[in-house]
Design a protein around this ligand. Structure first.
Ligand code: GUN
Ligand code: ZN
Length: 446
């Protein structure tokens, strides 16, 4: 970890990889889509990138006495982004043997009841952020619980660490334990209070968060649409078409809607800042409707495999022009790590005959996610003026990875080896807002 930044800033020197555009699905990135500097330099001042370029070109412009950090042999990339994750489910990860609806009732809802208590929420929020930074994730769109205190504690913890985060209070007024349900009135009141207190403060933004159609009454969904109409700069996230049993239940609860997506459309929840987690069981007309609205589907491969939900058809979404983001969906997901998410996404793709290239994978984890979440003016690429959120990967983090990395012949092979063999040990350091917020080899204090 570093001390307060000197006014001249800091210089990080080492290899740099950052996307400037979608690299496409081919084996080589589309022309102009990639920035790769073998001996690069990133000059950080006041939490932003003051300049970036080849070290030899940038070095003569640097002020005398600037603090330098040497990342030779490492790989600097934009901090990873997780478009859908439940911080409150950290402690129920790896709960055995259920599919979605039973998993919610047996493990998830009882755990979420504990977040009425501030001390518990604070403890988990800090542990969650520690873990995210350890795996190189600097921004996430985060589900809290229905308790406002779960949101206050999360935002306060993220603000103290200078992180860019999206989060919101879960809205759910039915089909769950009483300790977890709100009401139409309290849901709106609490959301509006939280928006006033946190939205746009420092690097924080608010996401309206109806859990999913079965746990919100039509009246509640209607009020959420009302808030969104008056404040279109808010984000929204929920779940969609994850599991067959869930889909049947939605059809019973909303018989007048044409399909599951039709429920969210009816209440005005499908817009350019809307993220729908999963979207596994969609037909092409539904994908086209989502694409026309500019919404995105969060592909959550470790969760989809863990809960046995199904195989997400990434290329059908691409064909529809529908944005796909990448997400962990912890605690349904089995790993917070973006590298682990890429590995599972690749494996799911293999089963569908649509393997994910490392170019496309790392693009999605960084600039792709930032664009789909409308955060790319701030983060997602290492360019002058962007916020200095950086992950420093170590291609020789373990003996095995070192052996494999030594065999790679080019950047594509190196990135792919990291995506398949990498884990938290491959994250050497993480920077957020121009400060080093995680350093792998320094023992953390309890
Ligand atoms: N659908 C409604 N709630 C949840 C949740 O917490 N996790 C997942 N994976 N799906 C959901
Ligand atoms: Zn989820």
């Amino acid at each position: 970890m570093t001390n307060a930044a000197p006014s001249a800033g800091r210089l990080l020197r080492g290899p740099v990889v950052s996307f400037l555009n979608d690299p496409g699905e081919g084996d080589t990135p589309e022309p102009g889509s990639l920035l790769h500097l073998e001996d690069g330099a990133i000059w950080l001042v006041n939490g932003r990138i003051q300049a970036i370029g080849d070290y030899a070109e940038l070095a003569p412009q640097l002020p005398a006495g600037i603090e330098r950090v040497d990342y030779a042999g490492k790989l600097m990339m934009p901090g990873f982004i997780d478009s859908h994750v439940h911080y409150v489910q950290l402690d129920i990860m790896a709960s055995y043997g259920r599919q979605l609806l039973d998993w919610l009732n047996e493990y998830t809802f009882p755990e979420e009841c504990r977040f009425a208590e501030r001390a518990h929420a604070e403890n988990v929020a800090e542990a969650f952020l520690d873990e995210q930074l350890r795996v190189g994730t600097t921004t996430a769109q985060v589900f809290c619980t229905s308790h406002p205190v779960s949101v206050d504690t999360f935002f306060a913890a993220a603000q103290r660490r200078g992180l860019r985060m999206l989060a919101g209070k879960v809205l759910m007024d039915r089909h769950a334990p009483e300790a977890l349900t709100d009401s139409v009135d309290s849901g709106v009141r609490d959301s509006e209070r939280l928006i006033g207190d946190w939205h746009g403060k420092d690097r924080l933004g608010y996401t309206l968060t109806p859990r999913f159609a079965p746990t919100s009454s039509p009246a509640q969904l209607d009020t959420v649409g009302g808030i969104l109409r008056t404040a279109p700069d808010l984000h929204l996230q929920t779940h969609l078409s994850e599991n067959k049993g869930e889909i049947d239940w939605v059809a019973e609860l909303f018989p007048d809607c044409r399909d599951y997506l039709g429920v969210y459309e009816r209440y005005g929840l499908v817009g350019p800042r809307s993220t729908f987690a999963h979207g596994i069981h969609l037909d092409q007309p539904m994908r086209n409707r989502l694409a026309a609205a500019g919404a995105n589907i969060a592909f959550c491969p470790t969760s989809n495999l863990f809960l046995g939900s199904g195989l997400f058809d990434r290329l059908a979404c691409r064909e529809a022009g529908l944005n796909t983001t990448l997400a962990s969906d912890v605690g349904g997901g089995t790993d917070l790590s973006g590298l682990a998410t890429l590995k599972a996404a690749y494996q799911v793709g293999q089963l569908l005959g649509q393997p994910l290239t490392a170019w496309q994978g790392f693009y999605r984890l960084t600039l792709g996610n930032a664009r789909a979440l409308h955060l790319d003016t701030h983060i997602g690429s290492l360019r002058q003026g962007k916020e200095a959120d950086i992950v420093v990967l170590d291609p020789a983090a373990t003996p095995l990875l070192a052996r494999r990395s030594a065999r790679t012949r080019n950047l594509a092979e190196q990135l792919f080896a990291l995506m398949m063999l990498g884990d938290d040990r491959s994250v050497y350091a993480t920077w957020a807002g121009g400060e080093c917020v995680h350093q792998r080899d320094v023992a953390s204090t309890p």
